[in-house]
Each structure stands twice: as structure tokens, then as C-alpha cells.
Design a protein around this ligand. Structure first.
Ligand code: MG
Length: 158
């Protein structure tokens, strides 16, 4: 039995916030704004994991009205989401994802991001693909107003 899920997220870029993608802090003049650490990539992956089992969205499980999640590392939420899918009898088959950002160049950080996500879930990093693209200066990502991320997750029954 296999299940597939799709996730999308976007956050605004502002000064005075750290830029965190896949749990890795990246040196950059602006960072993502949100109730948690606003890790747009991790959020898209979590939403895809929940979607695969029709368990709603991260907003249902970790509401931004709950003070417990203020500035929380999204890796903690990813771990909880991974525990939940395990409890439901599924494990990660593979993850594919893409971050849309005009800047900074993410290529030098991809290996560290994959390792961070894999270690968080206790799975090999060969199961996690992370890609990056610019939008050729089009749209909010292209104007550096924000970043977005898409993820697809395949789950297989344990
Ligand atoms: Mg989000």
C-alpha cells in the first residue's frame, strides 16, 4: 500500500529574522517571517506527509494561534508529524521538494539541508531530494518579497 501527498507553503522575507530552510540556518540579510521559525521547506514537506494520509494540514495540527508553537523549530514539528505517520502504519518512501527563491544561492546548502531533514526523521538522506530554483525575477519570489516551497511525499505501509 502506497500513499502520495502534495505540499505547498510560502512565507514573507523580512529583515531581522534568521533564514532557516530544512532546519539549516543560512547567512542572509533577510529571513522568513512566521509564527514558528517559518521554515517554508519543512512546512511544505510536513503538509505533503499529512496530505498523503488525508490527515488535514499543518494548520490543523499546529495552529498559529497556539503560543506553544511561537518561534518553535519546525524540525520539532516535522519529528511529531513523522511520529504520527509511523503511528498510522506508514513510513517515508521518498520526498521530492523544490524551494523557489531569487536569493541567496541555495545550491551550496542543499547537502546540509537534506542531511538535517533526514536526521530529524531518522531516515537515509538518499530518500530526500531538495532542489532550488529562482523564478527569473518574476513574482514575489523573484522580487525577494518571499520564498515558496513545493513537496511531494510517497509513503509506504510499514
Ligand atoms: Mg508555513
Amino acid at each position: 500500500m502506497i500513499r502520495i501527498g502534495n505540499g505547498y507553503d510560502a512565507h514573507r522575507l523580512v529583515e531581522g529574522r534568521p533564514l532557516i530552510l530544512g532546519g539549516v540556518e543560512i547567512d542572509h540579510p533577510t529571513g522568513l517571517l512566521g509564527h514558528s521559525d517559518a521554515d517554508v521547506l519543512t512546512h511544505a514537506i510536513m503538509d505533503a506527509m499529512l496530505g498523503a494520509l488525508a490527515l488535514g494540514s499543518i494548520g490543523d495540527h499546529f495552529p498559529d494561534t497556539d503560543g506553544a508553537y511561537k518561534d518553535i523549530s519546525s524540525l520539532i514539528l516535522l519529528q511529531k508529524t513523522h511520529d504520527l505517520i509511523n503511528q498510522k502504519g506508514y513510513r517515508i518512501g521518498n520526498v521530492d521538494s523544490v524551494v523557489a527563491a531569487q536569493a541567496p544561492k541555495l545550491k551550496p546548502h542543499i547537502a546540509a539541508i537534506r542531511k538535517s531533514l533526514a536526521e530529524c526523521m531518522g531516515i537515509p538522506d538518499s530518500l530526500i531530494s531538495v532542489k532550488a530554483t529562482t523564478t527569473e525575477e518574476m513574482g514575489f519570489e523573484g522580487r525577494k518579497e518571499g520564498m515558496s516551497a513545493h513537496a511531494v511525499v510517497l509513503l509506504t505501509a510499514i
